[in-house]
Design a protein around this ligand. Structure first.
Ligand SMILES: [Zn+2]
Length: 442
């Protein structure tokens, strides 16, 4: 309900405030404080769409929307003024399109993945998720597409509601709830088969079960659906990366059809090979990771307009020792990933910023992903766009999020330095505004 109230145009609210007869629901809204006006003067602005840095820009915010952006304007009377000088750069709030707020890294020294599902009560996991979203906001990420709760059920829906209702600080969340895979297609695994252990995703087999799972998750508040199209991976005798496929095309199509019917989209975890091809044939909207994109997959992604969310940095964490089967796999993953990312960029595949945060500790900087994108040949401006206007496009929020322009939600951040000359300036966020409210100001 709060979201619905928030998207009412200001003009409509005013007409109800001043009209003689006010409907009950509008009275409730008009009883809130008058819309606050904030004027931000930024010496440097990367607006998320324009290719060049804009200088000496005035951004006027009314309520939770940006009212105007100009090089020549003066602040409206009564506005709260905030100014940022030559050493700082303003940008739209950043968007991470692949996170796990309910996961707290997979460091084996801390029990890895399994302990979180086996030993922690759901209240403990929700408390830590509350900290994860706060962390993301502090780092300038004002929107997350959170790609499954890893055994924490529909907890993401509750965290999203608590943020939207103003009980806890956090980014705007687009959530997928439990995620979907098949028997043999997701941990926990490796336990005595006679013991029933929890699974990190909702498992099913056959198109009928898949359709039911999709309907259930959509019914319980999923904004997107997430499907694991590959699971285990290893290297074959030639050292080539192989990934175990999970859903058949028929099973995936049942999920995609349901999601699309609800006008929602499907994110597919896929490394490469059979599972990746099934993901594309079944109509996935985004490929997550895409470590091993062959030429046919690249062509199909371009043709179908499929997004790639590469998540580069996470694959450099916690790798197993060299010359062990796991170590060989980890190195094959990194090697293939770099090649795939470069090919994807060259071929014009749509790329959105995503990190897999939660797969690594929420204490690590989320923005370190930008460094890998730039290292592998993406321009700093395109890397920024992948986390602003491009990510907004993936989320069907073009013009609303990921841009500093009139009409957009007032999500504004400021970093110390110039990220176009030094990309890791994006790890140094001094100011965060979400929805017109200042959350952080240093
Ligand atoms: Zn993930």
């Amino acid at each position: 309900m709060t979201r619905r109230a928030a998207i009412l145009p200001a003009a409509l609210l005013c007409s109800f405030v001043f009209a003689g007869s006010v409907p009950g629901w509008a009275q409730k809204i008009s009883a809130t404080a008058p819309e606050k006006v904030i004027a931000i003067r930024a010496a440097n602005l990367i607006d998320g769409v324009t290719d060049k840095v804009r200088h000496n820009v005035l951004i006027v915010i009314r309520g939770n929307r940006i009212e105007s952006v100009s090089e020549s304007g003066t602040p409206p009377a009564g506005a709260t003024n905030i100014a940022f000088g030559a050493g700082a750069t303003a940008l739209p709030g950043l968007i991470d399109t692949h996170t796990h707020i309910f996961l707290q890294g997979e460091d084996p020294a801390e029990g890895g993945y399994d302990d979180q599902l086996l030993k922690h009560p759901s209240s403990y996991r929700a408390a830590r998720a509350t900290m994860s979203v706060r962390r993301a906001l502090e780092e300038g990420f004002t929107t997350l597409r959170d790609l499954e709760t890893e055994g924490a059920g529909y907890g993401d829906v509750g965290i999203k509601e608590a943020i939207d209702a103003g009980f806890i600080p956090g980014p705007r969340l687009f959530v997928v709830t439990r995620a979907i895979s098949t028997t043999g297609g997701y941990p926990l695994e490796g336990y005595n088969p006679d013991i029933v252990v929890p699974k990190g995703a909702q498992l099913g087999d056959g198109p009928v079960e898949m359709r039911k799972i999709a309907r259930e998750q959509l019914d319980h508040g999923a904004d997107w659906l997430k499907v694991y199209m590959t699971h285990r991976s290893w290297t074959d005798k030639d050292g080539k990366l192989v990934s175990q496929p999970t859903l058949t095309v028929e099973e995936l199509k049942a999920v995609v059809e349901e999601a699309h019917g609800w006008q929602k989209k499907v994110a597919c975890h896929a490394y490469g090979g059979i599972g990746l091809h099934r993901a594309l044939d079944g109509g996935c909207d985004s490929i997550e990771h895409g470590l091993d994109l062959d030429d046919a997959a690249i062509t199909q992604m371009v043709e179908q307009g499929t997004w790639l969310v590469p998540t580069l940095a996470v694959y450099y964490d916690n790798n197993e020792p060299e010359n062990t089967p796991g170590g060989k796999r980890d190195r094959a993953r990194i090697a293939a990933h770099e090649v795939s990312f470069k090919k994807a960029m060259k071929s014009g595949i749509k790329i959105a910023f995503g990190t897999d945060a939660g797969g690594f500790s929420w204490n690590d900087p989320i923005a370190r992903e930008f460094g890998y994108m730039v290292k592998f040949g993406m321009t700093p401006m395109n890397a920024i766009k992948s986390a602003t206007s491009r990510a907004a496009e993936l989320l069907d929020q073009k013009g609303e999020l990921g841009v500093i322009a009139p009409g957009a939600y007032a999500d504004v951040i400021v970093v110390n330095g110039d990220p176009l000359t030094k990309i890791d300036a994006l790890e140094n966020v001094s100011f965060v505004m979400k929805d017109g409210k200042v959350f952080k100001q240093q």
